[in-house]
Write a protein that binds this ligand. Structure first.
Ligand code: SF4
Length: 355
């Protein structure tokens, strides 16, 4: 570990474990094609009736992504979800993803109704960064600029100077480093370490982790490469550094889909949530996509390359919330106003990058 990097001790792991224990082992739901089409038709009619649009993350199950596409919604990474929801004319946003995505949508679109199929869907990074503990740490380092990943609560964002997603994190930290700023980074230690390796910035790292990406192992991927020596390895930077080091391409979900298109390889080993296969296969219909192996196995596996919280976004939940409006996202307006500042900073910065 670079001497400028420091892991901050916290209770992240035990908080996340307690939440997973309550959740139990995820169940697979099978549905016939006819059942799926019937549900699509019901949901489409409700979306129209309610002036609502469905905004889904790449890690949702394929049928949720398909529904979003069919109904004029969007399937994307969390940065694009936030932009799409803010700029769309619908008065109601149905966010299929996890809690911080619903909160971000509400912060950027305070006048819209933001619904989620379930408010129980959260994220190990968000859970692992409790606002009181984080605030105390920031207060103890007043000379540091506070940069937090989008995967955090509205309260943690409100304490930050900058919010970033994995698609713009390297550029924003590079920018801050060029200004000579010292940085507190939270909550994903692996992404923080990756950014630091790319930028050389002086960073204090919070020790949170994504339970999905943390399961990927370099040894398993190297063994798989031995079976398929012609394959390229695509890795999300929330994975451990040993996995990042053997990648042919490292990047956010959108960047990995782009890499799948630009790399010449016909076979791709993909180390991120398998939900991405739906859009990646659309982008490269003739290529062969292979799930990177994880450490978990069978009944003991809590993630198995699919986020248990993303998996809670089901068609029944989408229909239910449109009919009953009982899973609405609320963010305290004062907190929302404060959290909007670092979010807007990110959106403005990344809009500049796009130009
Ligand atoms: S995949 Fe990881 S980072 Fe994404 S929502 Fe799930 S736990 Fe959080």
């Amino acid at each position: 570990m670079n001497s400028a990097t420091k892991l901050i001790a916290n209770e992240a792991k035990s908080i996340v474990q307690a939440h997973l224990d309550r959740l139990g082992v995820p169940q697979e739901h099978q549905m016939s094609q006819q059942e799926k089409l019937d549900k699509f038709a019901q949901i489409k009619a409700e979306l129209e009736k309610q002036d609502a649009v469905l905004v889904a993350h790449y890690y949702c199950d394929p049928e949720v992504q398909e529904l979003a596409e069919l109904t004029g919604g969007c399937v994307s990474d969390s940065l694009e979800m936030a932009r799409f929801g803010r700029d769309h004319s619908a008065s109601t946003l149905v966010v299929a993803g996890v809690k911080f995505m619903g909160e971000t949508s509400k912060i950027l679109s305070p006048d819209k109704t933001v619904l989620m199929p379930t408010l129980e869907a959260t994220c190990s990074l968000d859970l692992g960064c409790p606002v009181d503990e984080f605030t105390a740490f920031c207060d103890a380092h007043p000379d540091h600029t506070v940069v937090v990943y989008a995967n955090t609560s509205a309260a943690v964002k409100a304490r930050a100077d900058w919010v970033v997603t994995s698609s713009c994190a390297v550029e924003i930290i590079e920018h801050l480093d060029s200004l000579g700023e010292k940085i507190i980074w939270a909550p994903d230690q692996h992404l923080g370490r990756y950014i630091q390796s790319k930028t050389g910035a002086e960073m204090l790292l919070w020790d949170g982790a994504c339970i999905v990406h943390e399961e990927f192992r370099s040894r398993g991927i190297v063994n798989m490469k031995a079976l398929y020596p012609d394959a390229a390895v695509l890795v999300h930077p929330e994975s451990p550094m040993s996995v990042v080091e053997i990648a042919d391409a490292v990047g956010s979900t959108s960047q990995l889909i782009k890499a799948a298109q630009t790399l010449p390889h016909q076979r791709l080993i993909v180390a991120t949530d398998r939900g991405i296969f739906y859009k990646m296969q659309q982008a490269v219909p003739d290529k062969i996509l292979i799930e990177a192996p994880t450490a978990g196995e069978g009944a003991t596996c809590r993630s198995c390359a699919h986020c248990p919280w993303m998996a809670m976004n089901e068609l029944d939940g989408i229909l239910h919330v449109l009919q009953h409006k009982d899973q609405e996202v609320h963010v305290d307006p004062v907190l929302a106003e404060r959290a909007k500042l670092p979010l807007d900073r990110m959106l403005n910065f990344s809009a500049g990058l796009k130009r």
